[in-house]
Design a protein around this ligand. Sequence first.
Ligand code: PLP
Length: 392
Amino acid sequence: MAFPKRFLNLPDYAFPRLRKLLDVHAPGGEPIAMTIGEPRHPMPPFVGEVLAESLHGFAQYPPNEGTPELLAAISDWIARRYGPRLGPERIMPLNGTREGLFDACMALCPETKGGKPPVVLMPNPFYQVYAAAALSVGAEPVYVPATAATGFLPDYAGLAPDLLDRVAVAYLCSPANPQGAIAPRAYLADLLGLAERHGFTLLADECYSEIWRDAPPTGALEVAAETGADPERVAIFHSLSKRSNLPGLRSGFVAGGPQSIARFRQLRNYGGAPLPLPIQRVSERVWADEAHVEENRALYHEKFRIADQVFSGLQGYRTPDGGFFLWLPVEDGEAAALKLWRETGVRVLPGAYLAREVEGENPGKGYIRVAMVAPSEEMQRGLIRLRDCLYG
Ligand SMILES: Cc1ncc(COP(=O)(O)O)c(C=O)c1O
């Protein structure tokens, strides 16, 4: 059998890798899962009711581009959150952001750039979908370190100009998974300037945008509007998975320039699966409600207060500005995850599984990622065991 070569170097996904590492050993205590970023706070209380009212919609094929009501609810949310008011031609509902982040390369990455193979930039470590998306279109993924030395954001502007000229799209995750860094306004403005000078599109993965500590993170779209950037230079990706604790609903959106969105829509018309009508109806209501989002954020505030207490005085510990992960420094993430599991039953992800080795360096190697999703008491027990086992 012949299979595509372009995915040969794609490592196993992080979670099967983790199972291989840990599951051959018995846990050293009551297992506590702090690996996967699956929110476990309550979902909005009205979801069931809206779904029940809209069940008849399962009997129809749903519109690919989204119902006018859902597009209006998303547009209202963007206007409330970021300022700009977008027309429906600039928004496309997605089955969660993962789908859109993957399809983005297919929709937007040209076959060549300046006569050469195109480059897709991504931070390193990163959400693994970006790399698979780049490889799926035969582009060259370039992994740009996002480490303590760069404020945990990629320094794209520091890349060589001839490489930048080959860039077709650049992914950015803010708040960042796994480090929790938030791109400041000036960083975004500079990056949009770089995109304009080198002719690439910024794909801003903002799916953790509503989970923040001190102030709502600035969005790429709002900076694009403020700086008068070409609307085609940026697409933002948002989701109800983290904002509203609905990862199983599979609902999000991409918003960008009208030409980019037209390309997304066309592709999806051929090969995509539009959101079922009842899910569109539920999503519409969820985007319109902020009360549950505030409650959710308050629960995370409490969790980070606990983490700050547990790790107070630990060298290298910092409260992430956004998102719900701790990115903790250790000597070797894989060895630490294994020790922790075998001695305490706490399960965390080695940072290296979220990053790529470039020139012999894996920028995730000296870290573990800890998801703060379990109920507060369980999470606190897990963090104390982790501290005593790895830093005691
Ligand atoms: C950085 C990042 N982007 C995108 C996603 C995809 O989320 P969803 O497809 O549920 O919107 C995740 C999920 O964990 C993520 O961590």
